[in-house]
Design a protein around this ligand. Structure first.
Ligand SMILES: [Zn+2]
Length: 103
């Protein structure tokens, strides 16, 4: 997947459009990422044998990778991700703006 854990991303669609955040988890199987501070939902919960507090909790939910762009750690621009093979055959991600290797 093009976006990985600990990447900083810019949200480009949805209610959090324009916000930035760090990827806390990546879910390659369903092309989703959990981004810090992005896509909070309110959920009503009931107390379960006093383990959980009753009330409304807010938590982040994963968003689709197509709704975010990677913020390049080298040039700080939101970018699409390209790939390049190194001489040893290793596949690395590159920034399409500054062409630097991101990994
Ligand atoms: Zn860059």
């Amino acid at each position: 997947m093009k976006i990985r854990k600990n990447d900083t991303v810019l949200v480009i669609a949805g209610k959090d459009k324009g916000k930035k955040g760090k990827v806390r988890f990546a879910y390659p199987k369903n092309d989703r990422v959990l981004v810090e501070g992005i896509n909070f939902i309110k959920r009503h919960t009931r107390a379960v044998r006093q383990i959980r507090q009753a009330g409304i909790i807010e938590r982040e939910t994963p968003i689709h990778v197509s709704d975010v762009m990677l913020l390049c750690s080298k040039c700080n621009h939101p970018t699409r991700v390209g790939f390049r093979f190194l001489e040893d055959g290793k596949k690395v991600r590159i920034c399409r703006v500054c062409h630097e290797v991101i990994d």
